[in-house]
Design a protein around this ligand. Structure first.
Ligand code: ZN
Length: 205
């Protein structure tokens, strides 16, 4: 999943506890945790080759998974009070794990979860690069959450449930088909115009 989608998924996950309890500061931490693994995407400044080599490895490894959310929770607890530590840690961990799970199931770009202890990569690749169904689900619900607080939790729930169902459906029907179900399975995504790719946050492929 690409950065804007990770951001929106984190904002939606924040609606269940962190945003109601800690407000926008809490949601900002959730977004930070949800994007933490892609810090290794900063490898792009060192060039495309370096990026292809190290993206999905450094930031997606077990050390970041174990310690990243804890560090962010400590920052949050210093701001919101130490009694907030356990709640924050739990939800920041959820946000980071959601990043890893979507990365693994979405595309065929192996995620090295155990780096630096193992180079084994996991990638299920259920979706076509630039599939807009998750994008629409995530962006719509985030717009609702940000503009209409009473609807935030239901919107987050519907969006995340929809995303899960879509992934389940794609695992049964992994191949894009023709017609309307072809649209839903992303058959158009491989040759889509740049605008649609930009919508998902992909400015480089
Ligand atoms: Zn990632």
């Amino acid at each position: 999943m690409k950065i804007p989608e990770h951001v929106t998924l984190s904002v939606l996950l924040a609606q269940f506890a962190v945003q109601p309890e800690f407000g926008l500061g809490g949601t900002a931490l959730m977004v930070a945790a949800g994007c933490l693994p892609d810090l290794d995407g900063a490898a792009i400044v060192a060039g495309w080759r370096f990026y292809r080599k190290y993206h999905r490895i450094l930031g997606h490894g077990v050390l970041m998974t174990l310690f990243g959310p804890l560090l962010l929770a400590l920052v949050g607890a210093a701001a919101f009070g130490w009694e907030a530590l356990a709640t924050l840690w739990l939800w920041l961990q959820v946000s980071l794990l959601a990043h890893l799970i979507t990365d693994i199931y979405f595309y065929n770009w192996p995620v090295q979860l155990l780096w630096p202890f193992s180079r084994r990569g996991w990638g299920v690749g259920l979706l076509t690069w630039n599939d807009l169904v998750p994008t629409v689900l995530l962006y719509t619900a985030t717009a609702v959450a940000l503009t209409w607080p009473p609807g935030a939790q239901p919107a987050a729930l519907v969006s995340i449930a929809g995303l899960t169902l879509y992934l389940l459906w794609r695992s049964v029907r992994p191949r894009p088909e023709d017609g309307w179900s072809g649209w839903l399975t992303g058959s158009w995504a491989t040759h889509s115009a740049p605008f649609w790719r930009w919508l998902t946050g992909d400015f480089i492929s």
